[in-house]
Write a protein that binds this ligand. Sequence first.
Ligand code: SAM
Length: 218
Amino acid sequence: MQSNFVDQYKYKGMRKRLAELIARKGKFDHALLKAIEDIPRHFFLDSAFAEQAYEDKAFSIGEGQTISQPYTVVYQTQLLDIKPGDKVLEIGTGSGYQACVLAAIGAKVFSIERIAKLSDQAKMVIKNLGYHVKLYTGDGTLGLPKQAPFDKILVTAAAPEIPSALLHQLVIGGFLVIPVGDMDSQQMIRIKRNSDNDFYEERFDKFKFVPLIGEKGW
Ligand code: SAM
């Protein structure tokens, strides 16, 4: 992938319009919309597609995977209710864009990706932008036991069911946000861990993600 690590006023203007478009679609925190305005999404795509980076659409990043639609990134992040300093595990680093959004609003981010090539590309972009994100390669359906517990866990791929390891890597009071369903459509679910074995589930809108592939995935 040939990235374009040059920002321009043109792209800044496009990002501002993208943040305004998303703001009209729901009630989102100012800091989160500011992150969309600040982070050059075209850095995460091949330079040939820089102009399309500011459409509110998912986009191919190679290896059969996608960078999520910006609205989806904002939607999932809002559900996580990030507080500065929160320790967050993202499953599905992909391009690294979502990880940077989390870092920009003050989270301490750990992100795991199963495809090493994507993780390597993401590392380069994240470093270039100066965000601190700890990247891992492996099967995120098992979580990241050595670094657990986490205040928040975010899954950015479609799960057939909720991987139990993730529930048990949350702090008490922590949230897991995960799209669950079949290959064609998933419902966004948020689980709050109330105590060791008490989990409260809420259901939100439907989305379509690429599959979560692994021991506790597809
Ligand atoms: N968050 C990403 C971004 O900002 O670009 C988009 C993620 S993409 C929709 C989903 C990612 O999840 C893909 O890169 C895919 O390889 C990854 N994935 C699928 N199953 C996984 C697993 N078991 N562990 C870790 N990553 C996984």
